[in-house]
Design a protein. Structure first.
Length: 395
């Protein structure tokens, strides 16, 4: 994406504000993970249907994010981000008030539409305003809010859901989203306009089969993780006898592993390169996730397993983004938007597959199913890398 760089640095506190917005987005998106048993009980639905609230969000994000980013490309960035955050807040309101699962799914889709604007447009603003030599650090700070939501937002939301009811967790998201909508309007500079991502740019990326195959590795890798992660709370409830506190502790460890993984991923990429790093991470998932089909295990062993599993999983972010930027540097903006959408394609497909596994087996099958799906992700990255090498060689 081409942009103006007429400032030596972003306005004071702007990146921190946008990172905090990402925290709220992440909390609102993934808080469902910690409340699946409560949704199932209160709405009189199966755990698979309750996990579908995550699937609905993910599918809506995947479809709407690239379209909305392209369609709003000529509108001032402050207006777009504020409108997206406001739409996210509205979706959270409707989620908190949902009388049945159908309304909940619709509300989640609405929230996803708002989030699908806030995160990619916010990333573009940060990248544009940061000096070239510190652009990577600025983007890492921006995405840290999303990672931190895994550490604090999701387990806190789950604790609130178990303590005060799942609707209370959504109302917390509403309050935060409204607050940050106001702060965006006050703190983000008016009149920010960069060379826009257009529908033609989106079309170019979608027609490039090699780029799309590379983007969709994000979906296959995360899809394997979400086969298991979406239903981790009911799995722990059934096999380990965990309630509110146990599930909250496990989610905290998963979040801490995500933070570690973000740091590890950068180091791996610098030392091994993007493709070797991604292959290694796939192998880690193939080995680790089937262990969850052997629950119950000792509590200490479980906590170590969750942390290491999460660290291997979330280490993929840096090498995957580096790989995509190397493949399509002239389409960086739209490719990163598509990659963000692919995160939710993976979330949706993995959640749906996990639900299907439960219909033919039970919750204890999920770890093995996730490991098999990760084997498919390994095949994906190897095939995609071979195709890229052939194109580079002109074959």
């Amino acid at each position: 994406m081409t942009e103006h760089r007429d400032q030596s640095r972003p306005p004071v506190g702007l990146i921190a504000l946008l990172s905090a917005c990402n925290f709220v987005i992440g909390m609102g998106a993934f808080v469902v993970i910690g409340m699946v048993p409560l949704l199932a009980e209160d709405l009189a639905i199966s755990t698979a249907a309750a996990g579908g609230a995550m699937t609905a969000y993910a599918l809506a994000y995947a479809v709407l994010s690239p379209l909305l980013v392209s369609l709003t490309g000529r509108i001032g960035r402050r207006r777009v981000i504020a409108a997206g955050m406001g739409l996210f807040a509205l979706g959270a309101v409707l989620s908190a008030m949902a009388p049945n699962v159908t309304v909940l799914y619709i509300a989640r889709a609405l929230a996803a539409a708002g989030a699908g604007v806030v995160t990619p447009v916010g990333a573009a603003v940060v990248a544009a305003l940061a000096p070239s030599k510190s652009q990577g650090k600025a983007l890492a700070t921006f995405y840290f809010g999303l990672t931190l939501s895994q550490v604090l937002g999701v387990p806190i939301g789950g604790w609130i859901a178990f303590t005060f009811g799942w609707r209370a967790a959504f109302w917390i998201v509403v309050v935060l989203a409204v607050l940050f909508t106001v702060l965006i309007w006050v703190r983000v500079p008016a009149g920010l306009r960069f060379t826009p991502v257009s529908l033609s740019d989106l079309g170019r990326a979608l027609r490039d089969g090699l780029v799309m195959v590379a983007v969709l590795f994000t979906a296959s890798f995360l899809g394997a993780i979400y086969v298991l992660f979406t239903y981790l709370a009911p799995l722990l409830e059934q096999t380990m006898g965990y309630g509110r506190d146990g599930i909250t502790l496990v989610l905290l460890l998963f979040g801490a592993g995500a933070v570690a993984g973000n740091l590890i991923g950068g180091v791996l990429t610098d030392r091994l390169g993007s493709v070797k790093s991604l292959v290694l991470l796939c192998l880690g998932q193939i080995v680790l996730m089937p262990i969850f089909s052997g629950l119950p295990i000792g509590e200490g062993m479980l906590l170590v397993l969750v942390f290491v599993w999460s660290a291997f999983g979330w280490s993929f972010v840096a090498p995957q983004q580096v790989r995509l930027l190397q493949l399509a540097p002239d389409l960086a903006g739209v490719v990163l938007a598509l990659n963000a959408a692919a995160i939710y394609v993976g979330t949706a497909s993995g959640s749906a597959l996990g639900g299907m596994v439960q219909t033919v087996g039970d919750l204890t099958w999920l770890g093995a199913a996730a490991g098999i799906t990760a084997l498919g992700a390994l095949g994906h990255i190897l095939w995609s890398h071979r195709a890229a090498n052939l194109r580079a060689a002109g074959l």
